[in-house]
Design a protein around this ligand. Structure first.
Ligand code: 0A1
Ligand code: ZN
Length: 885
């Protein structure tokens, strides 16, 4: 049964991009006064409003706010001139051209389990206003194209709330009777309401400072709970490096006297770029070697830089409406990726980012929620903070830079910011700036923003040894996605080279070009559905094409024969192509073995794949980080994504069998790596050290799979050594996945040691949720009842439920359907508590079209069961109903 959005009992409104209208009234100035109280916070708002549209009716958004009083230019407002809207908002009929509206409302931070608006976490006050949370604080035109100057006064108990923070610069503070005190903040920069922030409570500051390129001194502070001061070093270092990099790379300097960050353990996302007062999930601030893994450290660097870079791309220049979300997110992800590539090993960072794009965005683009980077409609905007808007959006910016060149891209950025500073603009404005600065026509390129789905790029070749003429035929097709049955070709930049049979690069001379200028690498632009590229003067050996170097476009490449893939994996100069060719090779072989497994044939390690692994291991010492990436087999989900009908059990069996055989075949070399890559003293968190640990732990994990090796004793010893969390967790993962007698004891010891550190305890949950052991589903069900499990804490929910449903395909897709049922139960329980997180959890159930009819029926039944719940949030409703369609 199809469940169109329109058939729901309480039909949620679909918002369309084409319906955008400028706001009827603008707000020039906002004065807010907060009197903080856990259940009865009072917010007084003075808005200086100015009419710009035709209508004289002012409508303000509001949600879960109780109006106490309102006045217009000092005169009390009452019905019928003042009207409460069914949405929770407020309407004032017959407003003047310019006036001051004053409202007093009451809200309950304690009752706010949605974590949107003003809420309590561990007794402290935090806000989250993106996308539409400000309306849960006061009545306001809560849309990003209303930019205003804010002045904020906060009043609270000094004892419980010694720290009072908001956006901008500090502008006074003082004592009040009855143990209360106040502080005022003024933000000189006009901003949309989604960038408003307030933090108040018992926090301590870790301080530093930064001198900008023009010599201004900026006071930096990271606010955390007492006891966590020692865990802020990496976040602070990342912040300072980001500030310096944005000046060097883009000439962008920070623009306030202070830059504050506050960390909170209850947070719906990673972090938030509120002007001058970023609010972070503790996961992306706190790190000590004994509590945080290398991946955690890298996550901190990425997210701290991301939020900082938003100061210009997002805050100074913001989005006209939420359909333009990728204007700030795609661009800012691109900037944070550039920064990470600059800070570490560029090639390895690129691989990791591509792996993530393919793990999260490609399935989204192929599933029921597929949408363009700039969506055309939504029901709940919070459902569109997606891998498509963020990661694919970043790839689109990267391609644009590839097309117009780095220097023009920088000019385009300068122009974009000069033109649009303090404005709320669109993706078209950004593309226009790039086009004007470069002189390159980008009109066709804009299709990348409008069209959903991952283009498939196919290769065909023909070569004539007699003439040395090689024809590369590239063709593209994008599969249909919901609401977009027909697709047009998009311009695809294909960075490439040609290799001679001995692996040396060949000169790339296209027909009609001058021989003297033939480069060894170039970028072909595929603009049509199919194009031939004719290379001449190549001699008589058959060349092998190395395509999509550096992953020059977010497409699926196919059509290269296995032998070319094997050759490229061993020979190409481009690390991305080397890695990618190995992955493609492994994928093809795994698909073959899955088919064989279904026919009752036991999988065996193909010799070609063994040869690639042997070649990878030959270079292990020279580049451990790359080797670790290249040793990893494609994930079960990635393989499933290549099948018409997935078979989670067969895929799992094949992948495990290959891992066992690799462990056995290469045991001596893996053991030697595990011995030789032992940690250096002191513990370091740089690219080289991270790479060594990654390879060492990859070796351990392979060894431990193989019977007859000393992998498990090695894991036990590594766990007991408690050197750092990366090594401890890698060892514990190996044990947790095994039937080793030390398993239970190790898990219990880890829990006992870290039960009071929520971020580490999350790892304990995730480890068990992602285990491949036969009893995992029962363990996960029991963990949902564990006293340390808490539906109100998004990190904990993601650590258990998210990790299981999205990271454990073989158990999530258990033939009994119990994995599906577990997820549905969790979504149902979570929706009334935190609908944003609940809606995000729905995604794995949307994959039913790729499953067997039996599984698909069970998945649909669970979606139907969720949909039948009364009072479902509109976000969960949207995800579930679209997943069923
Ligand atoms: N703009 C933030 C992401 C973010 C979005 C929504 C949030 O609450 C619903 C919180 C954060 C970023 O890109 O980091
Ligand atoms: Zn962002």
């Amino acid at each position: 049964m199809n469940t169109p959005l329109a058939s729901s009992a309480a039909t949620p409104v679909v918002i369309h991009r084409q319906d955008y209208r400028p706001p009827a009234f603008l707000v020039d100035k906002v004065d807010l006064h907060f009197s903080l109280h856990p259940t009865a916070t009072r917010v007084r708002a003075r808005l200086a409003l100015r009419r710009q549209g035709e209508s004289r009716a002012l409508e303000l958004d509001g949600e879960a706010v109780t109006l106490i009083e309102a006045s217009l230019d000092g005169a009390p407002l009452a019905a019928p001139r003042l009207e409460m809207l069914p949405s929770g908002g407020l309407r004032i009929a017959d407003a003047p051209d310019s006036f001051v509206l004053e409202t007093l409302v009451e809200i309950s931070p304690e009752a706010n389990t949605e974590l949107s608006g003003l809420y309590l976490s561990g007794g402290n006050y935090f806000t989250q206003c993106e996308a539409e949370g400000f309306r849960r604080i006061t009545f306001f035109p809560d849309r990003p194209d209303v930019m205003a100057r804010y002045s904020v006064t906060i009043e609270a108990d000094r004892a419980t709330c010694p720290v009072l923070l908001s956006n901008g610069n500090p502008a006074g503070s003082g004592e009040l009777p009855e143990g209360r005190h106040w502080a005022r903040w003024e933000d000189p920069h006009p901003k949309p309401s989604y960038l408003f922030a307030l933090v108040a409570g018992d926090l301590v500051a870790v301080r530093d400072h930064f001198t900008t390129q023009s010599g201004r001194n900026v006071a930096l502070a990271i606010y955390v709970r007492d006891g966590d001061q020692d865990a802020c070093g990496h976040a602070m270092a990342s912040l300072k490096a980001s500030m310096a990099w944005d000046e060097a790379e883009y000439g962008l300097e920070y623009d306030l006297d202070v830059f504050n960050i506050a960390a909170v353990s209850d947070f719906n996302m990673g972090a938030m770029e509120n002007k001058g007062l970023n609010i972070f999930n503790t996961k992306y601030i706190l790190a000590r070697p004994e509590t945080a893994t290398d991946a955690d450290y890298e996550g901190i660097e990425t997210v701290v830089s991301h939020e900082y870079f938003h100061n210009w791309t997002g805050n100074r220049v913001t989005c006209r409406d939420w359909f333009q979300l990728s204007l700030k997110e795609g661009l800012t992800v691109f900037r944070d990726q550039q920064f990470s590539e600059f800070m570490g090993s560029a090639a390895v960072k690129r691989l990791a980012n591509v792996r993530r794009l393919r793990a999260a965005q490609f399935p989204e683009d192929a599933g029921p929620m597929a949408h363009p980077v700039r969506p055309d409609s939504y029901v709940e905007i919070n459902n569109f903070y997606t891998a498509t808007v963020y990661q694919k959006g970043s790839e689109v910016v990267r391609m644009m830079r590839e097309l117009i060149g780095a220097a023009n891209f920088r000019k385009g950025m300068d122009l974009y910011i000069a033109r649009h500073d303090n404005q709320a603009v669109t993706i078209e404005d950004f593309v226009q700036a790039m086009q004007d600065a470069s002189g390159v026509d980008l009109s066709r390129f804009s299709r990348w923003y409008a069209q959903a789905g991952t283009p498939e790029l196919r290769v065909a070749e023909s070569f004539d040894p007699a003439t040395g003429r090689y024809v590369l035929t590239l063709s593209q097709a994008t599969p249909p996605t919901p609401g977009q049955p027909e697709k047009q070709p998009v311009p695809i930049p294909v960075a490439m080279g040609l290799l001679a049979p001995d692996g040396t690069p060949l000169p790339l001379r296209l027909a009609g070009e001058n021989a003297a200028e033939a480069p060894e690498e170039r970028v072909l632009l595929l603009e049509e559905a199919q194009q031939d590229f004719v290379f001449e003067g190549l001699g008589e050996g058959r060349p092998t094409p190395s395509l999509l170097r550096g992953f020059s476009a977010p497409v699926k490449l196919s059509g290269l024969p296995l032998e070319s893939l094997g050759f490229l994996a061993a020979q190409d100069s481009d690390p991305f192509v080397r890695w990618e060719s190995g992955q493609q090779y492994a994928t093809a072989e795994m698909l073959r073995l899955v088919a064989a497994q279904r026919a009752g044939e036991a999988p065996a390690l193909p010799e070609g794949l063994a040869a690639i692994i042997a070649a990878v291991l030959d270079h292990a010492q020279s580049d451990p980080a790359f080797t670790a990436e290249a040793l990893a087999l494609p994930s079960e989900d990635f393989v499933a994504g290549q099948m018409k009908v997935a078979d989670p059990e067969a895929i799992h069996a094949v992948r495990q069998a290959l891992r066992r055989e690799i462990g056995a075949r290469f045991a001596p070399r893996l053991a030697a790596l595990h011995d030789s890559l032992g940690d250096t003293d002191p513990y370091r968190i740089d690219g080289a050290s991270i790479g060594r640990r990654a390879l060492r732990n990859a070796a351990l994990s392979y060894l431990a799979q193989a019977p007859g090796t000393d992998g498990l004793p090695r894991a036990r010893a590594q766990f007991a050594a408690t050197a750092n969390m990366t090594d401890v967790l890698a060892a514990l993962r190996v044990l947790a996945d095994s039937t080793d007698p030390a398993r239970e004891e190790a898990l219990a010891a880890f829990h006992a040691r870290w039960r009071n550190d929520p971020l580490v305890l999350d790892k304990w949950f995730t480890l068990q949720a992602t285990s491949s052991r036969a009893d995992t589903l029962a363990v996960v069900q029991a963990l949902a009842l564990h006293p340390d499990f808490d539906l109100r804490n998004p990190n904990r929910v993601r650590a258990l439920v998210g990790a299981f449903a999205a990271g454990n395909p073989v158990h999530f897709h258990a033939a009994s359907g119990e994995g599906y049922r577990f997820l549905a139960e969790m979504v149902i329980a979570l929706d009334p508590v935190n609908s944003q997180v609940a809606a995000r959890m729905v995604s794995p159930l949307g994959d039913w079209k790729r499953q067997s009819p039996e599984r698909a029926a069970m998945m649909r039944a669970e979606l139907e069961r969720i949909l039948a719940r009364p009072n479902l949030s509109k976000g969960t409703f949207e995800k579930v109903s679209k997943s069923l369609a």
